[in-house]
Design a protein around this ligand. Structure first.
Ligand code: AHR
Length: 516
């Protein structure tokens, strides 16, 4: 196809900076699923792979580089099957269980509470733990918090000391269950709202450690769930989750009951397509599904606004990302998939959406950190690589805790077989020195864009840039070519009268750092 050069204009008002882009939007998620924890992050102290306390040092280094602010654990669906006491104390005494949800493998509990906090310490990241409502008890959940957060004399605090940890960790982010409309107990919203209130009461604040309580949120467009949760339990929560996976080809039957509740049934034989073998039809499908995130955020936020006009309750998108068929030859319960330029552009669209709605979206956790779904890192024995999605997180990192500047965009749409999508995805922020940072994704795989960014008031003195792109939409990093796609210098942007000019190549993500 002949390349067509489109033109676009973005207007940024540097004095319109009401909201902060919470750094936790750049959060991550690590579940006891497939090779995320075991044979991924955690290789055990005796492993020949370099590690600290069993945690891979190369993974720690890579994740520290992108400044991951918060890490959710231990699930996911696993959270509602997890009994935390099985994962503490001497290793040889820890109970073994079957991870029934994910591949039916033996979980030996060698990675438990202490190991998770050690991981967060090494990563310099805030822990976010998800508790068990589905198959646990109020007492079990309450004792876990006492174990982690109480510094005085008590049965759980003493048990922690017996296991080698004197001082309480002071956990902040705590989730009361996961997907309780599905794998977390197939509950109706009304039932879960009551259970939420009940469980949330007994997870106590100890001393100065005040918990940030997060209710399990809806799946995608289940607006009934948000309505009921906000109405019945909104006063008792700090955050409400939202799970949305960017998928195509999914066959889901949604049965809607008269009271508004929904039951989801998925046709397990339906293919979600290959992660690496696709054409523009599937590329476009993923872009469209990525943009749908905005509709979800807007609609759930509108319901939240009704019950919480002061926006006290954060919308926490604690699971998001692309989901394809597992790589051929891998355990289908392990959700291992490759990661191409398509995933990089999709991640950029979602992150720009979260930034642009940071008045309500104050945390997001991409699924998942290592070897599962839209991973940052893939490992093979002692080898590891950073995926294109990792490089997008690297590129976007300067937005963390900066002030959002709304971006007004004029651009021709990206069209495919008569369907249209926005031609650019953009977000902009201002850091504490007053400099402006923009992230721009061009989802069109064939056409570049001549862009003018108007930046007022102020004069752009200098502009620097970075880019993530590749020659083909199916390109990915593999263990033989781990650096095919990475952040490279983008040095063609120029400061001009009233702003910056740049040419945005097809299927690329660029960042512009403007010194004012
Ligand atoms: O991320 C994989 C799974 O997707 C999680 O365990 C679950 O919460 C969701 O359905």
């Amino acid at each position: 196809m002949n390349e067509k050069i489109k033109t676009a204009k973005i207007r940024i008002k540097t004095d319109s900076d009401k909201y902060i882009i919470n750094k936790n939007i750049y959060g991550h998620f690590a579940e006891h699923l497939g090779r995320c924890i075991y044979d991924g992050i955690f290789v055990g102290k005796g492993s020949p792979i370099p590690n600290r306390d069993g945690i891979r040092t190369d993974i720690v280094e890579a994740l520290r580089k992108i400044k991951i602010p918060v890490l959710r654990w231990p699930g996911g669906c696993f959270a509602d099957e997890y009994h935390w006491k099985d994962g503490i104390g001497p290793l040889e005494k820890r109970a073994k269980m079957i991870n029934t949800h994910w591949g039916g493998v033996v979980e030996d509990n060698s990675f438990g509470t202490h190991e998770f906090f050690r991981l967060c310490e090494l990563l310099d990241t805030e822990p976010y733990i998800c508790g068990n409502v589905g198959s646990g008890t109020v007492r079990e959940m309450s004792e876990w918090i006492e174990y982690m957060n109480f510094d005085g004399e008590s049965p759980m605090a003493n048990l922690r000391r017996q296991n080698g940890r004197e001082k309480a960790w002071g956990l902040k982010y705590f989730g009361i269950g996961n997907e309780n409309w599905g794998c977390g107990g197939r509950m109706r919203a009304e039932y879960y709202a009551d259970l939420y209130r009940h469980y949330a009461t007994y997870v106590r604040d100890y001393g100065n450690y005040s918990l940030f309580r997060i209710a399990a949120g809806p799946r995608g467009s289940n607006y009934h769930w948000t309505e009921v949760l906000m109405r019945e339990a909104g006063d008792f929560m700090d955050g409400l989750g939202l799970h949305y996976y960017t998928r195509i080809g999914d066959k889901v039957v949604v049965k809607k009951a008269a009271d508004g509740n929904e039951i989801y049934l998925r046709d397990e034989s339906a293919s979600r397509g290959s992660a690496t073998e696709f054409g523009e039809k599937e590329w476009f499908g993923i872009m469209k599904a990525s943009w749908f995130t905005e509709e979800l955020v807007v609609n759930h936020s509108a319901i939240m606004d009704k019950y919480d006009p002061d926006k006290k309750v954060a919308l926490i998108v604690d699971e998001w990302g692309t989901w394809y068929d597992n790589e051929p030859g891998t355990n289908p319960g392990f959700l291992y998939q490759q990661n191409t330029m398509r995933d990089a552009v999709s991640a950029a669209i979602s992150l720009n959406i979260f930034n642009n709605h940071c008045d309500r979206v104050r945390m997001a956790n991409i699924a998942q950190t290592v070897n599962v779904l839209q991973a940052m890192i893939l490992t093979q024995g002692e080898k590891m690589l950073c995926t294109p999605t990792y490089h997008v997180f690297d590129l976007f990192a300067p937005h963390q805790d900066s002030r959002l500047l709304p971006a007004d965009i004029d651009v021709e749409n990206y069209t495919y077989l008569g369907e249209e999508l926005p031609g650019l995805s953009v977000s902009a922020s201002k850091n504490k020195d007053g400099n402006i940072f923009l992230t721009i994704a061009n989802p069109d795989p064939s056409n570049s864009i001549e862009l003018f960014v108007e930046i007022r008031p102020g004069v752009v003195k200098k502009v620097g840039g970075s880019i993530v792109t590749s020659g083909n939409m199916q390109d990915f990093n593999d263990f033989d070519y781990p650096d095919k796609i990475r952040v490279r210098k983008f040095d063609t942007a120029r400061p001009g009268a009233g702003g910056v000019t740049a040419t945005i190549p097809p299927m690329s993500i660029i960042s512009l750092s403007c010194v004012i």
